[in-house]
Design a protein around this ligand. Structure first.
Ligand code: HPA
Length: 291
C-alpha cells in the first residue's frame, strides 16, 4: 500500500485542485499501469449503501483493486458505506472501473476533488459513466427500495466542477450543454431491462444535514422527485468530457415530511444494504446491452 506521499509521486506530483485535468491524466496512467489495461470503457460509481451491488459486479478478489489514495492526494472517504476503492473488472464484456464509494462536498472537499474519480475514469477511456446514489423519495409514489432512473437534475449546491481557470486547450470549453445530461439512450436500455423503472428529477444539495419538510415541499414545487447529496457535479464533469451518463437512485427513505417518520442515516445505509444487490444485477444487465 503506497503512502500518501508515494501516491502523490505516482500521480506525477500533480495536486488535484491545482491542475485537475493533469491530475486525472496522471491517475489514469497509474490505472493503466497497475491494471495492465490501457483503456477502460465503463465507469460505475457506487454510492451510499450500494456495496452489495459491488459483489455482483465485481466479486472481491476479482480484478485489480486500487485505493482512492492511489489516484491522488485525497483522504479516504469519511462516510460509512463508502469503501474508497476502485476495481478494474470485466462486466458483461466491458472493461469497467467500479468505484466503491465517492467523496462528497460535505466532507469538506472542493468540486475538483469530488469529481476527480470521474475525470480519471474519462481519462482512462470510459465513455459511459454510471452514477448511483442513495436518495430520499420526494415523489410520494416511490417506495423504499425502489430504483429510479435519473432523467435530469437540479443542482442546488451552488457549485460547479467547471468553475475556476478554463480547462487546458486540449479540452472542451467549460460551457457544457446539459440538455440530456442523463443519456436518453442509456435510459432506454435500462427500461429494456426493466420496463417498470420510473424516471425522476434529482435535486442535489450539499448536506450533510437532511432537509426540513419545508425544503422538501419547495423541492417538490421545483419539480424534484428525489433528493440527495451527490451525483450532479460528477454528471457535469462527465458530460464536459463527452461521456454518456446513466444515473440511478435507490430510494432509501421517504424525504422529510413525506413519510410518517423523520430521516435517519442508519435507515439510509440499511435500505441500501437490503436492496442494492438487485440494483447490481440491473446495472450488469444494462451493461450487457451496450455495444
Ligand atoms: N436527503 C438527502 N440525501 C439523502 C436522503 C435524503 O432524504 N436519503 C439519502 N440521501
Amino acid at each position: 500500500m503506497p503512502t500518501r506521499a508515494a501516491a502523490l509521486l505516482l500521480c506525477g506530483g500533480v495536486v488535484v485542485t491545482q491542475d485537475p485535468y493533469a491530475a486525472a491524466d496522471a491517475a489514469a496512467a497509474l490505472v493503466a499501469e497497475r491494471t495492465g489495461h490501457v483503456s477502460h470503457h465503463v465507469a460505475v460509481v457506487l454510492g451510499s449503501g450500494w456495496n452489495p451491488a459491488a459483489d455482483l459486479l465485481c466479486p472481491p478478489g476479482d480484478g485489480v483493486e486500487l485505493s482512492f489514495a492511489d489516484l491522488g492526494d485525497r483522504p479516504a472517504p469519511s462516510v460509512a458505506g463508502h469503501v474508497g476503492k476502485v476495481r478494474s473488472v470485466e462486466v458483461a464484456g466491458h472493461r469497467t472501473l467500479v468505484f466503491l464509494g465517492r467523496v462528497h462536498l460535505y466532507e469538506g472537499h472542493p468540486p475538483a476533488t469530488v469529481v476527480h474519480n470521474v475525470r480519471t475514469a474519462c481519462a482512462a477511456g470510459c465513455d459511459v459513466v454510471v452514477l448511483t446514489n442513495a436518495a430520499g423519495g420526494i415523489n410520494p409514489s416511490y417506495d423504499v427500495g425502489q430504483l429510479v432512473l435519473i432523467r435530469d437534475h437540479v443542482n442546488l449546491t451552488a457549485m460547479s466542477p467547471l468553475s475556476g481557470p478554463p480547462p487546458p486547450a486540449a479540452y472542451p470549453v467549460r460551457f457544457v450543454d446539459l440538455t440530456d445530461a442523463y443519456s436518453p439512450r442509456l435510459r432506454t436500455l435500462a427500461r429494456d431491462v426493466d420496463p417498470s423503472l420510473p424516471e425522476g428529477v434529482y435535486a442535489a444539495l450539499t448536506g450533510p444535514h437532511f432537509e426540513t419538510p419545508a425544503e422538501i415541499s419547495m423541492l417538490r414545487r421545483l419539480g424534484a422527485d428525489l433528493v440527495g447529496m451527490s451525483t450532479a457535479l460528477e454528471a457535469i464533469a462527465a458530460r464536459h468530457l463527452g461521456a454518456e451518463v446513466l444515473g440511478v437512485s435507490l430510494v432509501t427513505n421517504a424525504a422529510a415530511g413525506v413519510g410518517d417518520s423523520g430521516v435517519d442515516h442508519g435507515e439510509v445505509v440499511a435500505a441500501g444494504e437490503a436492496h442494492a444487490a438487485s440494483a447490481g444485477s440491473l446495472i450488469a444487465s444494462i451493461l450487457a446491452r451496450l455495444p
